[in-house]
Design a protein around this ligand. Structure first.
Ligand code: S3P
Length: 456
């Protein structure tokens, strides 16, 4: 049995690869999870927009990021892999992108597609954006609307603002002051990337702050960016357009959203004691850590340090008796990708966990609210959905024994495999192949800790 690499099932055509996880005893060892997906996409994009050579180390070589690399190359940048996670990008400068020969295929990746729509906006070129069946179902209007306000022509789109979408950049892009209706780093980043090609100031205001990797990278590449607090939890980011981006080396820290899987696994498997090295500790990404600690999770952050402009630390995690908590809605942006695995932790906790304000989960790689609820139900866990809240009734013992539909969603797949490591009967998933979008070595890494995962 081996780790599948078939996740790039463009348009959902590749055969499904079932898998199952079963309880095998305590997890032990030290691991390093792959580079952060958000930072990896941005490293390639900014490298392509700078003039000259950008060196990247620690890049996540998952399908999502590889599709962004291909798209940057199709737009004229020279993108080369030098070694394990080590890449070189020779950028063409803002406004220097060329019309691609064929549609840009982003596979399963909303981040790649949405950020690169913003990236091409400031270039007088026409480009078509496409993806697999999951990405074709996801809303793009949230990006097309602000880009249209800036003067981008939406030449073509599938019904309801879905992919495939064809955009034509105008000769002169107009800057905007955009009030984002959703706290989404993808919307914010698309508008800021477009703003690079507009004269004057482009700003994005969010009522709740989303991850800030784009702002940080803009500054790292020499752009003039100003970030101010807005209301209680929000921010306004203002960018001076048409800077010259200067190439800058980037080291990609380990992805906290990938670390979440061994982290929760170690908490729920009794007697476990593991270390996850060099995990990014950006406060806009650590909502899960806060929540798991509130639940009684034994997590120590060791050796906190700065690497490549981000704070990182080694997480020591031990098996813990968890208790149910209430997770406030304003915490959602800082742990938006972690709710599926938090729901698994909640299933093993004593008492009720209520996760509030999860409407955005409905428009991820799958409708994660429904997919998580179905997976919990299939494995004997009591739950309820009330409006946008998910309520999980935890018990120290989870029956397991269910078959979980993953809906082309890597995080649903990994979350329920984690569940199977501590449930009474094994948990099966219908398809593990999409794990390769963000965490290609998930199975060998988890097996190295002692996890019982079988791939058909
Ligand atoms: C991402 C932002 C998040 C997250 C996604 C990556 C990014 O989406 O779910 O996996 O890199 O900007 P939203 O900001 O749209 O919620």
């Amino acid at each position: 049995m081996s780790q599948p690499t078939a996740a790039a099932s463009q348009h959902g055509a590749a055969p499904a690869v079932p898998a199952q996880a079963s309880a095998t005893g305590p997890l032990k060892g030290t691991v390093r999870v792959p580079g952060d997906k958000s930072v990896s996409h941005r490293a390639l994009i900014f490298g392509a927009l700078a003039i000259g050579e950008t060196r990247i180390t620690g890049l996540l070589e998952g399908e999502d990021v590889l599709n962004t690399a291909k798209a940057c190359a199709a737009l004229g940048a020279r993108v080369e892999r030098l070694g394990d996670g080590e890449w070189r990008v020779n950028g063409v400068g803002i406004g220097g992108l060329r019309t691609p020969d064929r549609p840009l295929d982003f596979g399963n990746s909303g981040t790649g597609a949405r950020l690169m729509m913003g990236m091409v906006a400031g270039n007088p070129i026409t480009a078509t954006f496409d993806g697999d069946a999951s990405l074709r179902r996801r809303p793009m209007k949230r990006i097309l609307d602000p880009l249209a306000m800036m003067g981008v022509q939406v030449v073509d789109q599938a019904e309801g603002g879905r992919l495939p979408v064809t955009l034509k950049g105008p000769r002169d892009l107009a800057p905007i002051a955009y009030e984002s209706p959703v706290a989404s780093a993808q919307i914010k980043s698309a508008v800021l990337l477009a703003g690079l090609g507009a004269p004057g100031e482009t700003s994005v205001t969010e009522k709740e702050a989303s991850r800030d990797h784009t702002e940080r990278m803009l500054t790292h590449f020499g752009a003039d960016v100003c970030v101010k607090p807005y209301g209680t939890h929000g921010r306004r980011v203002t960018l001076k357009g048409r800077p010259e981006l200067k190439p800058a080396p980037i080291h990609v820290p380990a992805d906290p959203s990938s670390a979440a899987f061994p982290l929760v696994a170690a908490l729920i498997v009794p007697g476990s004691d593991i270390v996850i090295e060099g995990v990014m500790m950006n406060p806009l990404r650590t909502g899960l850590l806060t929540t798991l600690r509130e639940m009684g999770g034994d997590i120590e952050v060791l050796g906190e340090r700065t690497e490549g402009g981000e704070s990182v630390g080694d997480l020591r995690v031990r098996g813990s008796a968890l208790r149910g908590v209430e997770v406030p809605p304003e915490r959602a942006p800082s742990m938006i990708d972690e709710y599926p695995v938090l729901a698994v932790a909640a299933a093993f906790a004593q008492g009720t966990t209520r996760m509030r304000g999860l409407s955005e989960l409905r428009v991820k790689e799958s409708d994660r609210l429904t997919a998580v609820a179905d997976g919990l139900g299939a494995n004997g866990v009591a739950y309820a959905i009330e409006g946008d809240d998910l309520i999980v009734e935890g018990r120290a013992h989870v029956a397991g024994g269910g078959l979980v539909a993953t809906h082309m969603d890597h995080r649903i797949a990994m979350s329920f495999l984690v569940m199977g490591l501590a449930s009474q009967a094994p948990v099966r998933i219908d398809d593990i192949s999409f794990v390769a979008t963000s965490f290609p070595a998930f199975v060998p890494l988890m097996r190295g800790l002692g996890a019982g995962i079988e791939v058909a």
